[in-house]
Design a protein. Structure first.
Lengths: 407, 329, 295
């Protein structure tokens, strides 16, 4: 008997063992992951998040070929009705009873903050795409949360800064009288003043409101070059409609929608919304990649194009699945560490990074809504005015007051 | 108030003793049920149970005024929600222990009840209801305008559960549940005692025929104010406890739709019965929980329940059972 | 020129005019409520949902049947009025012998159902409805730019309100109505079909709400929640004006619109609350309302 092993048989043996071990591991240990898409399915934000976010999450699971990578993904969804108590209730039940590992989306900042805190308490993962408040990576930052798509700082940087640069150096604010509106007004005021502009005045509008005519009249009387709309959803749509009705935009003042989504423009129609300046981090028609993906999305969504929030759900789910596959575990600490250590890469946002404080960094785009004559087809709404690189668009790492940031 | 369907009072002392024996048994059964509830599968989720108990207490407090006092308040959310804010705020920002913050919350409900009650009592019927609605709306807008106190749209989140009396930690949901259950039992026993006392008898007399009660020499307004304050305080107790249990106080608690919901719970369970509101609260909260996935359908179902109850089911669940047993429940 | 408390008079007049426009909606809606309460003794909580239905029917007429704004002004109230008649005949009729409370609760439940159904079907973000071509643009009044459509709203509501008041207070039909309110049994004994009168009155009240909805469709977004918070304010208006008083509802509606407009200038955060404060004060001082007769 000879124990002569030549290299070939050694290699073959090693390969065979490795292959068997790997397939045994896969066969034995598929990782079961449950992702909860929590958003508004029946209210103000149903169109910009809602079912579309669930579709986006599913597309991420398909594109990642999760099953082939040894991960079984189950997606559940629920409606938080924009109320923190309802959202908190659902989150607790999901974490305590339904073994949900990740909660994603969550528009409405008050709910986002509640989910942020509960996720930290129960040690799971929160990938927030829908909330606006920059507190999620500031005073309320958490090792379990990543704030993905946008925040109030970026919105004010983009729209505020750009409009001042374009000559809009006097501002008048219409502010929805609640925390989000105040934050947006505060951040934008800072940007405007830093850029050398002046804020001539502002008015706090009861939230939610339907009639903004008297506030718009005050804005008109101030003769500010820019009327900043520090509100969202129905308030923004109503303010814009009524501004058109009262001839304010025709009179030369520009409207700055500080938080506007493509579905809002769709609801307003180009006739009313033309000339509106806004900042988003995703637009379906930006490049070939976004176009291809959006077409697939639209096919499942009655032709509706995706908003940046829905795109963020896709992007964050994809990155999460990559992390689980790479670390072969669901342990939040490991997965979060991987996600922050490795850059993101997807067809929607391109390449980006995630910072220590949980802030995802990617470029922001300043858009202007086209005139009806400039639009060549359905959903052709925006023209690109400027691109703001990620480092400029988002608040500097040390300025947020996040306890996770080591100075 | 004409034609409100409420089970009739007992006719004789022996019947009364009979009923109180029945009630005593029911209370013991209820207490036993509360003890074992967390261990029953599916529904034994302490977080959900705590919510049900807080709302059950709220509904019982409301029923005290409506079913026994004959006063429909369309603004009861004010006492519930405001106490919830006070309790949450003191627990979070002043670091008070739960019994202290709950006590403060209850006191705030009582003070608000005294203030609003003395204004509203001067009018009757629909005007009374409208005044309570107007006053509650002012509490809502006050809550909206004082974010430093109430947190505005965010509400007061992450309310801590400090240790009871500084020594007994509320380490998990189950322990907190037992605290809530104890408060709940105390609350409804108090309500029961009030209803079956001379004060309660006069109240029922005022409800059934106010003019007669006045002619008999009773200071009707004082009685009405007393029941108003009592009801508001207990609603405050429910709200304050809820803040500690759910660890959240938000605008939903002071919104007028919350006032509507407590009316629904009382109506479904049975106005003017002792146990009715408890059943009503359990039904409505469970329905909201389990139908939550259906979004707008919850509102529709609640509306249908309202309509059906008003048309054919005015006695409510417990009222119907009571009629069938021929004993007041 | 002189300034009133720091506000230039142009801005003030502009705000007052806007307040008048808002007041028109309050007036029509509270008129409908007052008519229904006056005759049926029912507090119609569904009024907000019926206002919303009016706006939606106008939208549906335009988008599904191609019928524009002007016919919709007549058709939507009729359609809504018919649904009101059905509600009255099948549901409300059974509650007349009971306490007011049950009518309030029933209509509250109906409001939840209607709003929920519409929200399910149409979502909450609102549907667009264009201002009719004839009324686009506006007049430059010097102190403000008044859109033609808003001027039309004031005119239309004034006409409808005064016409209703005239019919109820000055015509034979109105006399029957008022008699039926005072003493239905006796009126019926005189041969007047009181139940029919009641049903038609409810339908008319609902029609008024729907008419306001059609007026609102082009300027406020057509969404299922548009009536929900408005109804509470309208209640306050009706209570201040006097629950059964027609003129009271009209005058208070316009008046409160003006007061709200003023508040928006001096202290906008309180503009949503001021109506309730006034209501509480009025109820304490004169519980039957400014124009009401004591119950």
């Amino acid at each position: 008997m000879t124990f002569r092993m030549n290299r070939r048989s050694l290699m073959a043996g090693a390969a065979a063992t490795a292959f068997t071990a790997r397939s045994m591991a896969q066969a034995q240990q598929p990782i079961n992951v449950k992702i909860g898409v929590l958003n508004d399915r029946s209210g103000l934000y149903a169109d910009l998040t809602g079912e579309g976010s669930v579709i986006a999450a599913r597309m991420a699971v398909e594109d990642f070929r999760a099953a082939a990578n040894g991960i079984n993904v189950q997606i559940v969804s629920a409606d938080h009705q924009n109320k923190p108590d309802v959202g908190a209730n659902i989150a607790r039940q999901w974490y305590d009873n339904d073994a949900v590992d990740v909660i994603t989306d969550v528009p409405t900042s008050s709910v986002g903050l509640a989910i942020n805190q509960i996720t930290r308490e129960k040690n799971r993962i929160h990938l927030n795409s829908g909330s606006a408040t920059s507190d999620l990576t500031g005073a309320q930052c958490s090792p379990n949360t990543i704030h993905w798509t946008y925040d109030t700082y970026m919105l004010s940087q983009g729209t505020g800064g750009a409009m001042v640069k374009a000559g809009g150096d006097t501002w008048f604010f219409l502010t929805a009288d609640y925390a989000f509106g105040h934050a947006l007004e505060r951040d934008t005021t800072a940007v405007v003043q830093r850029a050398g502009g002046r804020v001539l005045g502002g008015v706090r509008t009861p939230f939610p409101g339907t009639d903004f005519s008297s506030f718009l009249l005050q804005a008109q009387a101030s003769r500010a070059k820019v009327i900043g709309l520090a509100n969202a959803g129905g308030d923004t749509v109503n303010s814009i409609k009524q501004a058109a009705e009262f001839g304010i935009t025709a009179g030369g003042q520009k409207l700055a929608g500080l938080l506007v989504f493509v579905v809002d423009v769709h609801a307003l129609g180009l006739q009313t919304a033309q000339g509106l300046v806004l900042t988003e981090t995703f637009y379906w028609d930006l490049n070939d990649n976004t176009r291809a993906w959006s077409r697939r999305f639209g096919a499942q969504r009655n032709g509706f194009m995706p908003t940046m929030v829905q795109a963020g759900v896709y992007s964050s789910t994809l990155h999460y699945l990559k992390a689980v596959a790479a670390t072969k575990s669901k342990d939040p600490a490991q997965v979060m560490a991987w996600m922050k250590a490795n850059g993101t890469d997807d067809p929607l946002f391109g390449q980006g990074t995630i910072r220590q404080d949980g802030r995802k960094i990617h470029p922001a785009y300043l858009f202007e809504v086209k005139k009806p004559s400039e639009s060549k087809g359905p959903w052709d709404y925006y023209k690109l005015i400027a691109t703001i690189p990620g480092e400029e668009a988002f608040r500097p790492l040390n300025a947020g007051g996040c306890s996770l940031v080591r100075a | 108030m004409a034609e409100i369907s409420i089970a009739a009072a007992p006719a004789s002392p022996s019947e009364a003793a009979d009923h109180s024996a029945l009630h005593r048994t029911l209370f013991i059964v209820l207490a036993a049920l509360l003890v074992v509830l967390p261990f029953i599968p599916v529904i034994g989720y302490p977080f959900f149970l705590m919510k049900v108990l807080c709302f059950a207490l709220f509904a019982c407090a409301f029923n005290l005024m409506l079913g026994y006092g004959g006063l429909l308040s369309f603004g009861h959310a004010a006492y519930f929600g405001f106490a919830s804010y006070v309790s949450a705020y003191t627990a979070k920002h002043w670091g008070l222990t739960p019994e202290a913050s709950i006590l403060l919350g209850t006191a705030s409900g009582a003070i608000l009840g005294l203030a609003f009650g003395s204004l509203a009592i001067r009018r009757q019927g629909i005007y009374f209801a409208m005044i309570t609605l107007a006053l509650a709306q002012m509490v809502y807008f006050f809550s909206l305008q004082t974010p430093r106190f109430t947190g505005g749209e965010d509400g007061i989140q992450a309310v801590p559960r400090n240790a009871i009396l500084g020594v007994l930690p509320l380490s998990n949901d189950t322990v907190t549940y037992y605290l809530v259950a104890a408060i709940f039992m105390a609350g409804i026993l108090l309500i029961y005692r009030v209803i079956h006392s001379p004060f309660g008898q006069v109240l029922k007399a005022i409800r059934d025929n106010e003019a007669r009660a006045i002619s008999l020499g009773y200071r009707v307004n004082q009685y009405k104010l007393a029941v108003f304050v009592l009801s508001a305080s207990l609603a405050g107790l429910a709200g304050a406890t809820k803040a500690v249990a759910v660890q959240l106080a938000s605008l939903t608690d002071v919104h007028w739709s919350m006032s509507g919901e407590v009316v629904l719970m009382t109506l479904v369970g049975g106005m003017g019965t002792v146990f009715g509101p408890i059943v009503g609260a359990a039904v409505i909260i469970s329905m909201q929980n389990f139908l939550a996935g259906l979004g707008a359908w919850v509102t529709i179902v609640q509306g249908v329940i309202f309509v059906v109850c008003v048309l054919v089911f005015r006695e409510g669940i417990v009222g119907v059972i009571g009629k069938w047993l021929k004993k007041p429940l | 020129m002189f300034e009133l408390l720091g506000i230039p008079p142009q801005a003030l007049f502009g705000q007052l005019l806007l307040g008048l426009i808002n007041g028109s909606f309050y007036a029509i809606l509270s008129l409908g409520l007052a008519v229904i309460f006056g005759l049926l003794n029912i507090i119609n909580f569904t009024h907000g949902a019926q206002y919303m239905m009016g706006a939606f029917i106008a939208w549906m007429l335009l988008n599904w049947v191609g019928i524009g704004y002007w016919p919709a002004l007549l058709l939507a109230p009729i359609v809504a009025g018919v649904t009101g008649v059905i509600i009255e005949r099948t549901l409300l009729k059974r509650l007349y012998h009971l306490d007011h409370l049950y009518g309030l609760l029933l209509t509250f439940g109906l409001a939840l159902i209607i709003q929920g159904l519409f929200r399910n079907q149409f979502g909450s973000s609102g549907l667009p409805y264009q201002i009719p071509a004839e009324l686009r643009g506006g007049q430059n009044l010097g102190f403000m730019f008044l859109p033609n459509y808003r001027a039309w709203v004031v005119v239309a509501s004034l006409v409808v309100c005064l016409a209703t008041w005239f019919v109820i207070e000055k015509t034979r039909l109105g006399a029957y109505l008022r008699a039926a309110t005072e003493n239905p049994t006796l009126t019926q004994a005189f041969g007047i079909n009181v139940p029919l009168l009641i049903t038609l009155t409810y339908g008319f009240g609902v029609g008024l709400a729907a008419f306001a909805g059609v007026l609102a469709a082009p300027i406020y977004s057509v969404n299922p929640n548009m009536g929900a918070d408005l109804i509470i304010v309208v209640f306050a208006v009706v209570v201040i004006g006097g629950m059964g008083s027609i003129m009271g509802a009209i005058v208070t509606g316009f008046g409160l619109g003006l007061i709200e407009g003023l508040t928006k200038v001096f202290y906008p955060e309180a503009s949503a609350t001021v109506i309730f404060i006034i209501m509480a004060i009025v109820l304490l001082v004169k519980p039957a309302g400014l124009f009401g007769r004591a119950a």
